[in-house]
Write a protein that binds this ligand. Structure first.
Ligand code: HEC
Ligand code: HEC
Length: 478
């Protein structure tokens, strides 16, 4: 299957659009009403400078690399994805337009910078982003918008181990497609804060790239603001589906392709990641180093779990002790209806508190982790997996009971598999030293790695990036 096959027909996308528009405005007004602006903690405002850190001048991935002179870069960083078609270019211009927020200054790229793992909290250190209004914080940690073209629409599936929820964009899966997802942030009060679709379209009609919009969607596109707004999503989705957002250019990918070797600690970390009796990360963050099919190495099944992530007290809504973010059960979506394939012994309440598993690609660059940004550093995430069961007081305070779900939903927290099925007295699932190995392995998932001339290289083929067709499978074959 080609990598960039859309999961849905354009008709389906359009059908879902009206649903999302209703949902986003209703949902975000709920968020707004529960979040008094006065209570929002002030965070230092960052100067609105050019996007992210200056990126090193790494070679364009579409140019063949000389086979022996490429140095290995130990601290890779993903490049800013490049648009190629007119539609993708339009999408990139919209994605980076800081004039499309109220007040002006915040673009999609403010919270989705390549250099910070395609996610960023826009100057906030609270684990959740600051929107266009200085000091107003959102409810959830920014997610990466890379590798998103692989995410299927939201659905319930009946599997041998039980009913699972899978797919959809956002931590709660409320948008089925990238084109729909892209329309949410424009109107979200804690993100780009526009009052309505028309006002966004008016700004696009006055933008330097308005002519591109007309060329792509017809001369009278701006006469129909509802349609024009939908088309912004279409253009952004096209840009987000470009190879640069799913470049499979990490050291791990080079390893899978036989172009480099992993260091001893990285290899130990990978083995632990895949050890089903211990860390067992692979049972959820699916990967297979023996497969050259990119789909087998997304590091997420995009299914939903309640991990028992500790509460993040810096989230403004959490000042209210009876407020809980229940993921699939809201507050930023209405509870989805269970579908006919789901046995009637299942209740939607079984999914409350569950969040969609993100891909771990580029995770080492992220500023905060988990849906609520409770962790600010990756070693804490790893320590949490090792010791959630062994040392609950470390994570939840003296009571030692998961503190970010109401009592009724504690039963939804995953405990049926390693590393979460251990009694407390069995000790950590893995040692701190092994955790360091896991960290080293997760760092191999950062895109922008260039293959070392000294690495173990098979005789053929020589080290060349895919040259002929930038859309070709980065692993070759297929
Ligand atoms: C103020 C920061 C901010 C801005 C600006 C912003 N986002 Fe996001 N983005 C987030 C947060 C936070 C989430 C997760 C929200 C949730 O799950 O409720 C997210 C989620 C996403 C996702 C879902 C990723 C996944 O794995 O499902 C995509 C795609 C995305 N944003 C693209 C965009 C686009 C396109 C724009 C501009 C139209 C944009 N974002 C503007 C913070 C931001
Ligand atoms: C039972 C399934 C499951 C297992 C096992 C699992 N994870 Fe996760 N992982 C998730 C889910 C679900 C999330 C998102 C949870 C949330 O935000 O509430 C997540 C989030 C993460 C994140 C944060 C990503 C981000 O962008 O915020 C990291 C890092 C991570 N996992 C690493 C690991 C490692 C390392 C292991 C093995 C020690 C592991 N996971 C085992 C399901 C799992």
């Amino acid at each position: 299957m080609p990598i960039f096959t859309p999961f849905q027909s354009p008709q389906t996308k359009l059908r879902n659009l009206s649903a999302l528009l209703l949902l986003s405005s209703a949902a975000w007004s709920t968020v707004l009403s529960t979040q008094a602006f006065a209570q929002a903690p002030r965070v230092p405002q960052l100067p609105q400078g050019p996007q992210g850190p200056t990126l090193p001048n790494t070679p364009n991935p579409t140019t063949p690399l000389p086979s022996t002179t490429v140095p290995s870069n130990q601290n890779p960083i993903p490049q800013v994805p490049v648009a190629q078609t007119r539609l993708e270019t339009l999408g990139q211009l919209i994605f980076t337009d800081r004039n499309l927020s109220v007040p002006a200054g915040t673009a999609c790229v403010s919270c989705h910078t390549a250099g910070t793992g395609f996610a960023s909290n826009h100057g906030s250190r609270s684990g959740v982003p600051q929107g266009s209004i200085a000091g107003v914080l959102g409810l959830r940690n920014a997610m990466s918008n890379a590798y998103n073209s692989f995410i299927p629409p939201f659905s319930f599936q009946n599997r041998p181990q039980g009913v699972v929820a899978i797919g959809g964009h956002f931590w709660d899966g409320r948008a089925d497609t990238l084109a729909l997802q892209a329309l949410g942030p424009f109107l979200a009060a804690a993100e780009m804060n526009n009052p309505n679709a028309e006002s966004v379209v008016r700004k696009v009609a006055a933008a330097p790239y308005a002519a591109l919009m007309r060329a792509e969607f017809g001369n009278d596109i701006f006469n129909n603001p509802t349609l024009a707004f939908q088309k912004l999503g279409v253009a952004i989705a096209a840009y987000e589906s470009t190879p640069g957002f799913q470049s499979f250019s990490s050291k791990y990918d080079a390893f899978v392709q036989g172009k480099t070797a992993l260091a001893a600690n990285e290899l130990r970390g990978m083995n632990l990641f895949m050890d089903r009796r211990r860390a067992n990360c692979v049972s959820c963050h699916a990967m297979n180093p023996n497969s050259k099919d990119p789909k087998d190495n997304l590091f997420s099944q995009f299914t939903y779990f309640a991990l028992g992530v500790p509460r993040n007290p810096a989230i403004p809504q959490n000042a209210n002790p009876s407020f809980f973010d229940l993921g699939i059960c809201g507050p930023t979506r209405s509870k989805p209806a269970l579908t006919a394939n789901v046995p009637n012994t299942t209740s939607i309440d079984d999914f409350c508190g569950k969040f969609r598993m993100p891909s771990l690609r580029n995770v080492a660059l992220r500023e905060a982790f988990m849906h609520n940004g409770a962790f600010k550093n990756l070693s804490d995430v790893i320590a949490f997996y090792a010791t959630r069961n062994a040392d609950p007081r470390r994570w939840y305070g003296p009571a030692g009971v998961p503190n970010d779900l109401p009592a009724a939903y504690l039963k939804n927290i995953v405990n049926d598999r390693p590393p979460f099925n251990r009694p407390a007295n069995a000790g950590p699932a893995f040692t701190a030293a092994e955790g360091d190995d896991l960290l080293a392995f997760l760092r191999t998932l950062t895109d922008g790695y260039t293959t070392s001339a000294n690495a173990v290289v098979p005789a053929t083929p020589s080290i060349t990036a895919p040259a002929a067709n930038p859309r070709s499978n980065p692993f070759g074959g297929q």
